[in-house]
Design a protein around this ligand. Structure first.
Ligand code: CAA
Length: 365
């Protein structure tokens, strides 16, 4: 396996993020956990340091520092509070889709996502009846003389209530058959509404809602790419997104090992070895993406391994920690709760196994 050694710029961005996480996230996590507050000011602060677009071009206000640096930044922010890392990851994913596939008008929105002018972007793919089977979506977009009319409900949408822009996947009728397409919808468009914030097991400082689209009229140039291209755009974006969530899980592992030290549980070489193996897998996927080489398989392997590692490590330490660790004031129990969803979103562990098996099949012919 290729051995990735982060360079000084990768390290500097990780250290910058770790510094901000120590100053702000570690001081506020307990309040956010209790109030479920969405920390707009903290997100603005991260944006002012370029951390909402580490892998996005400078042309759009990003740092253009590559995917390994992006992973290091996510690891550090997740170490501080994993809830902030998921907001950052989804925002990055939306910005990257616009950068890669958007037209000039759509790309012109990216600086708002990166500068803190709007707290985040949302990726509206999942529905209540089609999470893992993304192609089974029911949302639809009807062509009109001037554009499209969107109808449908998207579930489990990260940052939904606070987003400045939404990428919305919907079926469009195309010569008698339906084909999945993706639309760029700005906040404030009439017909967009939200369910109540979901009361989640963990990551309370991230916002998760149902986003409803009721007869939402959008112009023809809201379509990203062509009719029928949406599913591939989603799959490609999720490949990159999985590197983000794997990095988030790694940040949780780092924080867990530190908490373990605090309670006097010295991690065995088995656990520190697993965490470093996860880091090597994440960096490998990141490097391949950076080099524009295929990385679907590597991203799913990294996401599966790192997220399962975070959960198992959390359970192991909690079992050693004694009853105080279960109190709400204890960061350890938050990490254990926050780790669980890394095995669910951006594709469950079962979905990663499907992707890995298919990719292996392809590679082995
Ligand atoms: N890159 C490019 N194209 C791809 C691709 C990829 N990684 N994966 C699939 N495609 C293409 C295929 O080549 C195929 O193209 P053709 O029709 O031209 O042959 C097409 O897409 C359909 O592919 P599949 O037959 O593999 O599609 P499928 O329906 O069997 O997909 C699945 C199955 C992989 C499980 C997919 O549904 C999936 O990834 N599900 C999980 C969805 C997910 O991760 N959701 C997360 C939501 S976002 C989120 O969680 C954000 C958050 O809040 C944190």
């Amino acid at each position: 396996m290729m051995n990735i050694v982060p360079n000084s710029e990768h390290k500097a961005i990780g250290e910058l993020a770790r510094g901000l996480a120590g100053q702000d996230l570690r001081k506020n996590w307990a309040r956010w956990e209790e109030t479920h507050e969405f920390p707009v000011e903290t997100l603005k602060k991260l944006a002012s340091h370029g951390l909402m677009g580490v892998n996005v071009s400078k042309e759009f206000g990003g740092l253009e520092a590559g995917v390994v640096a992006y992973s290091n930044a996510v690891q550090a922010i997740a170490w501080g509070d994993p809830a902030i890392a998921v907001t950052m990851c989804v925002n990055n994913m939306v910005a990257e889709v616009l950068q890669e596939f958007g037209d000039e008008r759509q790309k012109a929105f990216i600086p708002k996502l990166l500068s803190g002018q709007t707290p985040a972007g949302s990726f509206c793919l999942s529905e209540a009846g089609s999470g893992s089977d993304a192609a089974g979506m029911q949302a639809n977009a009807r062509r009109t003389d001037s554009g499209y009319v969107l109808n449908g409900s998207k579930a489990w949408i990260t940052s939904g209530e606070f987003a400045g822009a939404y990428l919305v996947w919907a079926q469009v009728e195309n010569g008698g058959k339906s084909s999945i397409s993706v639309f760029f919808v700005e906040e404030g468009t009439p017909g967009v509404s939200f369910g109540a914030p979901e009361e989640k097991m963990g990551q309370h400082a991230s916002n998760t809602v149902v986003v409803n689209f009721d007869d939402v009229e959008v112009p023809a140039d809201a379509l990203v790419m062509d009719v029928g291209q949406g599913f591939k755009v989603a799959m490609m974006a999720l490949d990159g997104g999985r590197i983000g969530i794997a990095s988030q899980a790694l940040g949780i592992c780092d924080a867990l090992l530190e908490e373990a030290g605090r309670i006097g549980w010295a991690a065995s070489s088995y656990w520190s070895g697993r965490v470093e193996a996860a880091r090597a897998l994440v960096w490998r996927a990141a490097k391949l993406k950076e080099e524009k080489a295929p990385f679907t398989y590597e991203a799913s392997v990294a996401k599966l391994y790192a997220s399962e590692c975070a959960s198992a490590l959390g359970d192991t330490i909690l079992a050693e920690a004694g009853i105080e660790a279960a109190l709400n004031s204890n960061f350890l129990q938050k990490l254990v709760r926050d780790a669980r969803v890394t095995r669910i979103y951006e594709g469950t562990s079962e979905v990663q196994k499907i992707v890995i098996a298919r990719e292996l099949g392809r590679r082995l012919g």
